[in-house]
Structures are given as C-alpha cells and as structure tokens.
Design a protein around this ligand. Sequence first.
Ligand code: KIV
Length: 277
Amino acid sequence: MAKITTQKLQEMKEQGIKISMTTAYDYPTAYMVDKAGIEIILVGDSLSMTVLGNDSTVPCTMEDMIHHIKPVVKGAPNPMIVGDMPFGSYNVSKEQAIANANRLMKEGGCDIIKLEGGKEMADTVKGIVDAGIPVMGHIGLTPQTVSKLGGFKVQGKGEEAAKAVLEDALLLQEAGASSLILEAIPEQLGKLITSKVSIPTIGIGGGRYCDGQVLVFHDMFGLFEKFIPKFVKQYLNLAPEIIKGLEAFKEDIRTEKFPEEKHVFGGIKEEELKRLY
Ligand code: KIV
C-alpha cells in the first residue's frame, strides 16, 4: 500500500470506495493497523480514557499527544496519521492553535491534525490550513465539550439542530478542512452532509452513508469496558482472554510449570560454580 494522502482519500470519495480508520496509540497497534491495510490512523485524545485511565478526554495534554503520536508514526508508514489536538490546545486564540498544530506535526510527526468544533472553529481551521497544515474537522458529538452539550447525546436531532450541524460541515469545508468526522448524529443527517460536502466524511455513529467509518481500537477489541456506545461493533473480546492467560501464567509459576527446560539458558555446569556456592 502506498502512503495515504488527503488527495487519495478525496479520490476514494469520488470513486465511492469506503474509507476505514481506527485509533492507535502505540507502536505494536499501529503496526497491526498498517498490516491490515486500514487507510487512516487516528492518534485520538480518547487515549486519555482508554490508556491513561482518565474519566474524560479533558485532562489530555500536548505532551501526552506527542508522546503517543511518535511511536505510531514509526509503526505505520502507510496509513495517513491524524494527530488529535487536545482540549485547551486550540481554544485560546488562532495563534495558539497554529503553534500547537505545528508541534503535533513537527515533534509528533503526524500527517494532519484533527480538532473538534463547528462554525466557532472555522476561522481557526482556516488559520491552521493557511499555515500549511491539513485539518480534519470533528462535528456532531464532540467529546471534549460534552459538559456543554449536556452529556454523551446524539446531536442534530430535529430540523433546527440538524441545520446547525450541516452549517458546521459547510463552514469547515469552506475554511479548508480536508475531511470531517461526523460523530453520533442521525443517519439521515450523515447522508445529507455527505452529499452536500465534496470532502470525505468519516462516521462514528454517523450512519451507513458516510464516506468512511472510524472506531476506537479499544472498543473494537474489548479492551475498554467502562462504556460501550451503541455505534461500536466489537470484533473480538480480548480482555477476558488476556485475563485468562494471566491467571494461567500465575498458576504455572505457583505450580512450577513455568519456566520449563526450553525456557532456560545453559553455558555453565553446577560443578564449575561449586566454589561460588
Ligand atoms: O479521540 C478519538 O478517538 C476520536 C474518535 C472518537 C473519532 O476523536
């Protein structure tokens, strides 16, 4: 697979080829996602909850993001790598947003940045794009501002609310965003937005008509059990299997079944060590 670019994703939309995207936060996961031929990896601030153990994405810092983007870039040469702008890194001023977007690209090494928000972010998106950094928008349910939205609720329900999300999409496209995440909105609204914008839409609870779909890796493989949204499809349930493996490991140690002869090193005989005993 050749390196995926924003141009390639645009062609996929135009040809009606669905785009796949998942999160990764470390080298081995990125390596597997690349091997599976997935087009986009998001180093999402969801890592705040899935790997750092926080209750929300709000505490995630620029340092957390850069720390996790770096190994993903090393493990996955082919997919497009999206670096997520954490809460507080782009809502102070356009200059702050450009400076932090520069850091994700320069220090982290990602190909494009993502930020949450609609029309209120359009000017910031334009500033970042004008600075030479591609931007993926994220509208609908925006987890960083979930307290403002009143909880993890489907957005864009009803005509007025739907119109506002459509307007967000159009303004972000006009500002220069090269793709859009549509999170937790009614399927028909996802379909409408996808037909109205020329850039690719990637749904996460955005319905079947988006140009692509994204899921959080830890949700797909049963590695994060605190909360499983309706839009998640679980492909494997690994946590119980891993726990079983760890229990077996403990039992093997207690019963001296591990290590076996094949796991140990030779190279010196006990008699040779006699004087050292
Ligand atoms: O941080 C993340 O993983 C995300 C996805 C939910 C799209 O933003």
